[in-house]
Every structure is written in C-alpha cells, then in structure tokens.
Design a protein around this ligand. Structure first.
Ligand SMILES: Cc1cc2nc3c(=O)[nH]c(=O)nc-3n(C[C@H](O)[C@H](O)[C@H](O)COP(=O)(O)O)c2cc1C
Length: 199
C-alpha cells in the first residue's frame, strides 16, 4: 500500500473482530516504528505489548470499558520515559558504539548536558510529546500491513502502571490497540488547508 493510501484509509477503529495478528507481523511493526524521530534522537519511550486476555480484561476496566481493549489482537502501551539523566547517559554511550561522528556527539552531548537541568515536569511533557510519534507511526504501519488500529488516551495511567507492574519512571501515555476491524469507518472530515494556514 502506498503511504497516501494508508493515510486515507487509516481510521480510529472502535471494534476488532478478535482475529490474532501473527506475532512475527507485530514484531515487524515494532521493528519499523522504532525508526520514529525524536529530539536529539533520545528515544524517550518504551512499549509494553499486551495480548494476554486476562490482562486485557483488567486493562479494559481501566480504559472506561472501551471495546477496543478486549477485542484487539495486541495492545501497545506506549510509555514515556521520565528518567532524563539515564536516557542522556545511554544516548551518549550508545552514539559512540553506533559510529556517530565525534562532532555530532559533542553537540548532542552538550545539549543533553543542558537538558539535564530541565525541570522534571518540563522533561515529562517533552518525553510525552515524543512518545506520540512512534504511536502514530504504528497506525500508519498497521494500515500498510493490512490491519487496523486506534490511538487512545482515554484511560487511567495509574491503573495501567499498577496492572502492568511498570517501573515508576515509565508513564503510560498513549495506547494503540491493533487487530482486524469489525466496524466501518465514520465519514472523515478535517479543516481545509486554507483554515490551517496563518495568513
Ligand atoms: C491523541 C489521541 C487520543 C485519542 N483517544 C481516543 C480514545 O481514547 N478513544 C477512542 O475511541 N479514540 C481516540 N482517538 C481517536 C480520535 O477520536 C480520532 O483519531 C479522530 O476522531 C479522527 O478520526 P480518524 O482517526 O478516524 O480519522 C484518539 C486520537 C488521538 C490522536
């Protein structure tokens, strides 16, 4: 499928038909979405993949019983990583082993050093904003691969952390249930290009 077609056909699926997406397909999707961009390439996200029906049932209650959670094949829980110091350290170490040129490493290292002084709340907002990027990419990749998805923020993050036993530094930010749609898209509409533009 072409990118333009995936953009046009992707929609917020409300109900899936319960069929399982093969694990290797989910793995391929994960392998693609890790290429999402992020500020400084710091990649401040982690993903919990849930397919166990019992856990999905618990999460369903923490998602205001939205139907996607029970009917999806896999639920991706995108979490923002709030451990800025740990992320900065990992980035600096990893750039060297990944062969990033020294000039780039120096610049990134300086900016990362400055970012360490960001107030925790400001960093959390930045990490959350970045975490939306792989989540949206998951929607496009899913459509490209022939299945459906929804982005969701209508859930209780504290409950998600408890049920999934997440470490405190990881903040459940946005969900992306995946599967084969059992509903039809609603008519799509958006504001026009001229309404987007600031004169
Ligand atoms: C950040 C974000 C949060 C959303 N949260 C929910 C949600 O909790 N539940 C839901 O059913 N849809 C949710 N949606 C889907 C939107 O309602 C949907 O994207 C929007 O109405 C446009 O429709 P479309 O995606 O089908 O084009 C969310 C979408 C985004 C981008």
């Amino acid at each position: 499928m072409e990118l333009r077609e995936a953009i046009a056909k992707r929609y917020a699926t409300k109900r899936f038909d319960g069929r399982a997406v093969p694990p290797e397909t989910i793995r391929e999707l994960l392998d693609l979405i890790r290429w999402a961009p992020s500020g400084l390439n710091i990649q401040p996200w982690r993903i919990k993949v849930v397919s166990d029906p019992e856990i999905k049932r618990e999460l369903h209650a923490a998602t205001y019983e939205e139907p996607q959670i029970l009917s999806c094949s896999h639920l991706l829980v995108f979490c923002a990583d709030t451990d800025l110091a740990g992320l900065a350290e990992r980035l600096i170490g990893r750039m060297e082993t990944e062969g990033v040129p020294e000039t780039t490493r120096t610049i990134v290292g300086e900016i990362a050093g400055e970012m360490r002084h960001m107030p925790a709340e400001a960093w959390k907002g930045y990490a959350v904003a970045n975490t939306y990027l792989p989540a949206f990419l998951a929607q496009l990749v899913a459509k490209d691969m022939g299945f459906d998805s929804c982005l969701m923020t209508h859930f209780e993050p504290v409950e998600y952390s408890r049920i999934l036993g997440l470490p405190a530094q990881l903040v459940p930010t946005i969900l992306c249930p995946l599967g084969y749609a059992a509903d039809q898209p609603l008519p799509k509409w958006r504001y026009g290009v001229d309404e987007l533009l600031i004169p």
